[in-house]
Write a protein that binds this ligand. Sequence first.
Ligand SMILES: Cc1cc2nc3c(=O)[nH]c(=O)nc-3n(C[C@H](O)[C@H](O)[C@H](O)COP(=O)(O)O)c2cc1C
Length: 489
Amino acid sequence: MSYQDKLNYLINAFGGADNFQKLLGVGPSALSNYKSRKHLPLNQAKRLSKIAPQFGFNLDPHSLQIRTSDKNQKTEILLIITGGIAAYKALELIRRLRDFEFSITVVMTEAAKNFITPLSVSALTGNKVYSNLFDLTDEQEMGHIQLARKAELILIAPATANFIGKMAHGLADDLASTICLVTDAPIFVAPAMNPHMWSNIATQENCTTLLNRAVRFLGPDNGNTACGEIGSGRFADISFIVSEIQKTLHIKLNEKIRIGNKSQQKPLDGIRILITAGPTYEPVDPVRFIGNRSSGKQGFAIANACAAAGASVCLISGPVNLEAPKDIRLILVDTAEQMKRACEKELEVDCVVCAAAVSDWRPMQVEKRKIKKSSKKTPQLVLTDTPDILSWVGYHKSRPRLVIGFAAETENLKINAANKRKNKNADWILANSVFQSGVSVFNSDNNEVFFVSKNNVEDWGTNSKETVAKKLTDKISKYFSDIQENEVV
Ligand SMILES: Cc1cc2nc3c(=O)[nH]c(=O)nc-3n(C[C@H](O)[C@H](O)[C@H](O)COP(=O)(O)O)c2cc1C
């Protein structure tokens, strides 16, 4: 279900647009903003989740969010706004970054002030806006150096061709360019300009120079540019910029924690693990979907256990009713296709645990409107296959070292699990029977598991899902410590 569909569904569920606005205390323009920004602020989502039971359902306030992992973490981003027509988009970008609780300090070039005012910027960041290198009050304390040092990350958005050129040539004739020379923080550049300016050999050579210095480019996108020309040069999608920043800062934060705790080394320190959890919902129409009974409890328990063992964990989850785990980057999806796309972006890891119960099929056609019961004929669903994520990971050219899957079976448990392991090129399968002592494994707090590897089948018996998670984490730890020992030898 797209974000828009999800929001429309919620609006209907809360009694229509007028009522929805009343409940949130906002007008129609805020509502259309939420739709176009594909984002409902967390405080509003929480407000809705409180009153949802009165409307006969429960709502996870995070199901409409992408969140930073640690709510108390205020990471400092220095945003440099340069003088391009897309400067106005920086205002929206600031709002989105602030939604994720980043602290933003802005430096504007003189040219940027022709496009937006420092007053608007400062109202949105809640911080002073800097511009002048020779501002005495700040320079008594070497302000430009302090600004560069306190930033965890520098984002130049939008970045003009001129500014990219200055960076490539090491110029430092204003506050913004001087900071770029002083900093040792990662620098991200989101260019925006006329397509001819972007494709000009001078600009391209400057970009190559910066890429070779590990500067990260976000965009530009292809499409209509502000000057009316079509081509490459559009400011990148704001949600893409925000998600790339979030990803980088999350990894940095984990490294910091690891270095800070060097004396208390944990078994999975330095290991990156991607975990999928929960069901997927494959829409039939805006109201109905094909899903399954997975609660996500096992996948979430594994994510928590791996994080507690020191791993850097990214958890991709389908719709579940569970609290977001702390210190874990959580990406929420609905469908199998979305889950695969999210995995694609996050596949640069050491280990993947596919614990999600991904729907095997989806309706070939998704109706835009609710299918009416009054239709004369009973509707017939035509299904098509969804992507097989475990197999896709198992045979991927960048296959992570350790690939683990789950098999929920109603019969021939061990044989089916062993075949699944082989066919999907997984290293291990955790096999569980759907009916365990007459009780469904889904939503249960316990799990009866067989651990299946190439040469071995272990009966782990029935344990809580937390214990299964801990046992698996110990296995993963042992696997990586054996590898490290062999590599040292
Ligand atoms: C109306 C207008 C729009 C402009 N838009 C852009 C733009 O989108 N991208 C760009 O690289 N330069 C653009 N420029 C040119 C820059 O403003 C110019 O190169 C300026 O020196 C940039 O300064 P700065 O890099 O210090 O911010 C524009 C200029 C004008 C007058």
